[in-house]
Design a protein around this ligand. Structure first.
Ligand code: BTN
Length: 247
């Protein structure tokens, strides 16, 4: 069960690194690493995750799903939905989802999720997934480079929230959504779509490594990929990775 084992640390490089070490020593499915601060917190697409002490929740969850790697985009959506469920309940207002799993309040990001997978040598099966989650809970300000894009639950709700309250709710919602991923994964793309203002009829800029294009979103496919009708070719392209922003 997610959250049955929780290991707490002070300052670490990244909870992802600690979780990877623990995975090799038989740490159980659903085990959680939480840190007060990170010196090398990382985000998607090689970005850094600002992780000072106080205010932020930094955690990594070890998952051992018995599935093929091709199903993992749906796990990413499930994690985004769990985070959005939690943010909404804690902040007391509607949260938006930006594919694949950023949670936004008032158009600014308050939660990011980094799934890192280890596969078997033949790549046919998932060995484990480490789901890293950074949730901005009680920060009242961000460094200038992030200020226009980031927000916290406290900045939106005007109230401080104990980090342990946020952690407990997040883990409970993750357990629920993980069970949905295992039992009824086909429900995840339509639900994500209904909770995301980015999923349909949004003109977006898609960036992935060297590739960059604009287009209009046309929902998610059954594998969890975002369908974008490219402005340049008029063809729908399933976006498998990368960042999606308003164009
Ligand atoms: C993103 O939006 O780019 C994903 C951010 C993920 C940040 C979290 S904080 C806890 C865990 N440890 C890390 O180094 N990264 C994730």
């Amino acid at each position: 069960m997610i959250g049955e084992r929780i290991l707490r640390f002070g300052t670490v490089t990244s909870t992802q690194d600690v979780a990877a070490e623990m995975a090799a020593t038989g740490f159980p499915h659903g085990g959680v690493i939480v840190a007060e601060a990170q010196t090398a917190g990382r985000g998607r697409l090689g970005r850094a995750w600002h992780s000072p002490p106080a205010g932020g929740l930094y955690l990594s969850i070890l998952l051992r799903p018995r599935v093929e790697p091709a199903l993992l985009p749906l796990l990413t959506l499930a994690a985004g939905l769990a985070a959005a469920d939690s943010v909404q309940a804690l902040a007391g207002c509607a949260a938006d989802l930006r594919w694949p799993n950023d949670v936004l309040l008032g158009g600014r990001k308050c939660c990011g999720i980094l799934p890192e997978m280890a596969a078997t040598a033949d790549t046919a099966r998932v060995k484990h997934v480490i789901l890293g989650i950074g949730l901005n809970v009680n920060q009242r300000e961000f460094p200038p480079a992030l200020a226009a894009e980031a927000t916290s639950l406290a900045m939106v709700s005007g109230q401080e929230i104990p980090l342990d309250t946020a952690l407990a709710l997040l883990l409970e919602n993750l357990e629920t959504r993980y069970n949905q991923f295992v039992g009824e994964p086909s429900l995840l793309p339509p639900e994500f779509e209904s909770r995301s203002s980015f999923a349909r009829n949004r003109w977006v800029l898609v960036e992935n490594g060297g590739s960059r294009f604009t287009g209009v979103t046309e929902g998610l496919d059954s594998a969890g990929f975002l369908r974008v009708r490219r402005d340049d070719t008029g063809i729908i392209e399933p976006v498998l990775a990368g960042s999606v922003r308003p164009a």
